[in-house]
Design a protein around this ligand. Sequence first.
Ligand code: GA4
Length: 332
Amino acid sequence: MVVASPNPIGSEKLIAVEVPIIDLAARGPKVAELIVKASQEYGFFKVINHGVPEDVIRKMEEESFNFFGKPDSEKKKAGPAQPFGYGCKNIGFNGDMGEVEYLLFNTNPHCISQRSETISNDPTKFSSAVSGYIQAVTDLACEILDLMAEGLWVQNTSVFSSLITHLDSDSVFRLNHYPPPLKDRDTSSSSSFQIHHQGNNIGFGEHSDPQILTILRSNDVGGLQICLGDGVWVPVPPDPTSFCVNVGDLLQAMTNGRFVSVRHRALTNSDKPRMSMAFFGAPPLHALITSPPEVVTPERPSLYRPFTWAEYKEITYSLRLGDSRLNLFKAC
Ligand code: GA4
């Protein structure tokens, strides 16, 4: 069912579409088919009965709230996020801004334990919560990627997942905190977030994720929206018990354009803080991004030229958040 929603930004159209929900308890060919369908139509779906233990999520969320609840001066000690660590409002290196503060990590265990020193008073507890969470969501991402390969009739079902389980995988983990805009009466506060109007602001602007697959979990506060193209946005209702799955640019390339890398954004909530945790599954820097033979046919020749993740990443970071990058890698 499609229902028009009351609060679009400017001339945009905001519509309520029920995003696909995949029940992983029923793993099998039917689920693989549903995942492929959702990845082709939206590049986005929710998973329930995902098998990630509740306490793994709870520990990560607790650590996250502890950190973002610290005074600004303390948080800044874990920054700047260039490229990893604490960042506030600045996104990337080319002037993008949002009403968000965040922690960015490379998923390499050494990077996590080193960063934890400036993030928490109990670095061992913090890094163990992060490592436990990353392990669990990496397993979930692999399971989904294997089902995707199966649903596409690709013989080597670990063709996508083996890239993110590689020892040199360049995966990233991100904790985002979107504080509600401060009301006029709060402007004496020492917080970095002193916005004088009320309502929704852009927390993290429109973009697609450059990696293979994103596994995102947020608290019970809405704000995530996905784009169906032509200025049509779909708000994703919050559900802390499920995970949102986004197809990234590399998976669009590796499926030869069968799957779409979803454009999405996050708005702040007018009165409650939103917290999200995102795992971005990526290959090693030197990995060559190509399509398995099953998705390249005479009727559907290669859409993109082979490229490495290092090449793609370099271009991504030289552009703005909302820029499209994959069309720069089209086959001639
Ligand atoms: C979007 C997905 C991930 O959050 C991220 C982001 C990265 C960053 O925040 O440093 C980027 C953005 C993301 C895409 C374009 C570039 C790079 C900010 C930016 C302007 C960590 C990632 O890998 O790409």
